[in-house]
Design a protein around this ligand. Structure first.
Ligand SMILES: [Zn+2]
Length: 502
């Protein structure tokens, strides 16, 4: 930051003055200087690349030029329609191998691919299914026939239903459709934000019965870490409501059980994968709740943070911002930690909206006023100069989730994503994937592809990628000594990646 400010003061001001003074043909040398100065301001623009990195950078540049001039440029098209095309891209394949650091914005119920949920979990014994009146499904594990509920009158044992239907692959596919937004025809199925959000919330509810079964949740977390590690991610901060989990006989476990289990699974995973740094939880509550319910949740989160200081990172509010209550609405609840001198860092979703000037649009400033540690999405940040300045000054990073923003219909052509402005200014930023299972992605590589190729365009280079990966560790909630360990491990992986691919 200090360096970039110096560069700005020492070079830009006199350079701009020279531009004003020039008449006629601009001086090509000065033009070059200005262009270099502008590039130095972008994400990673001040990093000096080694010879090996420069070689890889040149290769990436050529590959990107080729993709940009092809008949179909993936970032300009809805992700669902170009997913297979992206998977064939040599840039994407490089990004998969690249050590990406940390995943800082992923939700607990959508971190594992639906294929695993259906092919593994729904094939387990004692799994019941019920089809709801609004064309959704519910699942429940039970050692006896479940009682009818308000949303579910008739429960069928999946094993029996499968045997009756016969077409296992076809049936599994139909189940997957209930758990993901992924479809061949996104424009037809999701004509507007309301429709896509409705399906989004439905898919969450459908998955809940599977994931909150205690033995499943244990395997689910393990699978999540496996999938992230496979995508070369070394650390995770997972947003989770820590929903109550249940056993076959109906026994219910509380949040403490879930945090203990999460810690145990993470430790086991680290033992098997010594290069993995760990995982933490950002406790999340839905913005549809009342002020008193959120106040209770904040108090509980403060308590859990004290009991699990190495597991609980902080607190967030989730759910569609446009439909929900604003952060300001919950101001009493959210000022509670500061009022009683307790520590509860905030990681607010804010500015995931295109409704400029509304109350919801103010979430971005309010998140900063409540001292948020990072901003989830911050799609609206570019339109708020003061909030943008504050976020930069305080080093509050934006968690950019490009595919999520596209699928949830804030932007269609990712070249027009407002984060292009933030990236060109080197605004503190990390890349994340929000809800991989709902968008048909896995880990971070797909979102890195969209950010690097689409949002960053031809000027985003290897330095951009390097800075984004480094940022994910810098802006994590890890204590300083673990950040150092993380940065050293990452650097070794990075060096290996560069030498293998340059
Ligand atoms: Zn989110």
């Amino acid at each position: 930051m200090a360096i970039s400010l110096c560069v700005a003061l020492l070079t830009t001001v006199p350079l701009l003055w020279l531009v004003r003074e020039t008449d006629g043909m601009p001086d090509p040398a000065r033009r070059d200087l200005l262009m270099r100065e502008e590039t130095s301001r972008q994400t990673g623009g001040l990093l000096t690349l080694t010879a090996a990195e420069q070689k890889l950078d040149t290769r990436l540049h050529q590959l990107k030029e080729r993709e940009m001039s092809a008949a179909q440029f993936p970032p300009a098209v809805h992700f669902f329609k170009v997913k297979t095309l992206i998977e064939k891209s040599p840039i994407f394949k490089l990004l998969q191998r690249m050590p990406k650091g940390a995943a800082l914005h992923i939700h607990g119920s959508s971190v594992v691919g639906v294929e695993w949920l259906v092919k593994n979990v729904t094939h387990r014994p004692h799994c019941y299914i019920c089809f709801t009146w609004d064309n959704s499904v519910r699942f429940l594990f039970s050692d006896r026939q479940p009682f009818p509920r308000w949303d579910c009158f008739y429960w069928q044992l999946l094993e029996t239903l499968r045997a009756k239907i016969g077409d296992d692959a076809g049936f599994d596919n139909s189940l997957m459709q209930h758990l993901t937004l992924f479809t061949e025809d996104p424009d037809g199925e999701y004509p507007n934000q309301d429709v896509v959000w409705e399906k989004f919330e439905k898919a969450f509810i459908a998955a809940a019965g599977l994931i909150t079964h205690a033995p499943v949740l244990r395997d689910y977390y393990r699978q999540a870490l496996e999938e992230l590690h496979k995508d070369n991610i070394m650390y995770l901060e997972l947003r989770s409501g820590l929903s109550r989990t249940y056993e076959l006989d109906g026994t219910i476990h509380d949040k403490t059980w879930t945090l203990n289990m999460f810690q145990e699974v993470t430790e086991n995973f680290k033992r098997d994968h010594p290069d993995f740094l760990g995982a933490r939880i950002i406790i999340s509550v839905h913005r549809a709740l009342s002020v008193s319910a959120v106040t209770a949740a904040v108090k509980e989160a403060i308590q859990l943070k004290m009991e699990f200081p190495d597991v609980v990172a902080g607190f967030d509010m989730v759910g569609r911002e446009n439909d929900g209550r604003t952060l300001w609405y919950f101001r009493e609840a959210l000022s509670l930690p500061a009022d009683i001198g307790a520590s509860l860092p905030f990681f607010f979703h804010a500015g995931e909206t295109d409704d400029e000037g509304t109350d919801v649009d103010q979430n971005i400033l309010d998140a900063l006023l409540f001292n948020t540690t990072r901003i989830g999405h911050g799609y609206a940040l570019a339109h708020h100069p003061l909030a943008k300045e504050l976020s930069r000054k305080r080093n509050v990073a934006v968690e950019l989730c490009p595919i999520s923003n596209q699928v949830l219909k804030l932007v269609s052509d990712l070249r027009n994503h407002p984060a292009a402005v933030l990236m060109s200014e080197g605004h503190p930023m990390v890349i994340s994937s929000d809800d991989p299972s709902l968008f048909g992605t896995s880990g971070l590589s797909y979102d890195f592809y969209e950010a690097f190729v689409g949002i960053g365009g031809l000027k985003a280079n290897l330095g951009t990628l390097k800075e984004l990966a480094l940022n994910s560790i810098r802006y994590s909630s890890l204590p300083a000594h673990l950040k150092d360990v993380g940065l050293t491990t990452w650097q070794n992986k990075w060096n290996a990646f560069v030498s293998e691919n340059s």
